[in-house]
Design a protein. Structure first.
Length: 148
């Protein structure tokens, strides 16, 4: 578990995906309160630990639900923060987003960028480190019965 994670405010009865989401939200808001960028220590490292946990639990699988893929993660946070309503109101009134909404949008952009970069790198890692590749190899395509 990431250090400094607010365990005492986490409901252990929540599904793991929700626990991760709550912890990410708390961490992002904490960084914002301290006026520190998410891309810097200790926030980047802690967010990456949440990413690894989400990946290990299968929440980043595009072929499954992908409950914590970058776009879904940010969508859920945006809903919690009322950003869709703020954007609609801003458009309807032809005015700028409120300062608070704009700050939260920027937080989501930073989070989404990092999450997407980690997802891409995680998927490509085996290609460059001699591990199992997602691409089928000649050996896996050959039928064992055809071997002579």
């Amino acid at each position: 578990m990431p250090h400094d994670a607010p365990h005492n405010r986490l409901n252990e009865d929540l599904p793991l995906a929700e626990q991760i989401l709550v912890q990410i939200e708390q961490l992002v808001l904490k960084a914002n309160e301290k006026s520190q960028p998410l891309e810097m220590s200790p926030y980047r490292e802690q967010l990456f630990e949440f990413f690894v946990t989400a990946e290990g639990a299968g929440y980043l699988d595009d072929e499954e639900d992908g409950e914590l893929l970058a776009d879904e993660l940010c969508k859920q946070l945006g809903v919690r923060w009322g950003l869709a309503d703020a954007a609609l109101q801003s458009t309807a009134s032809q005015s700028r987003l409120s300062g608070e909404a704009l700050v939260k949008m920027r937080l989501l952009w930073s989070l989404m960028r990092m999450w997407m970069e980690w997802t891409y790198a995680w998927k490509r890692y085996p290609e460059f480190h001699g591990g199992i590749s997602n691409a089928p190899s000649d050996e896996t395509e050959q039928n064992p019965d055809d071997a002579s």
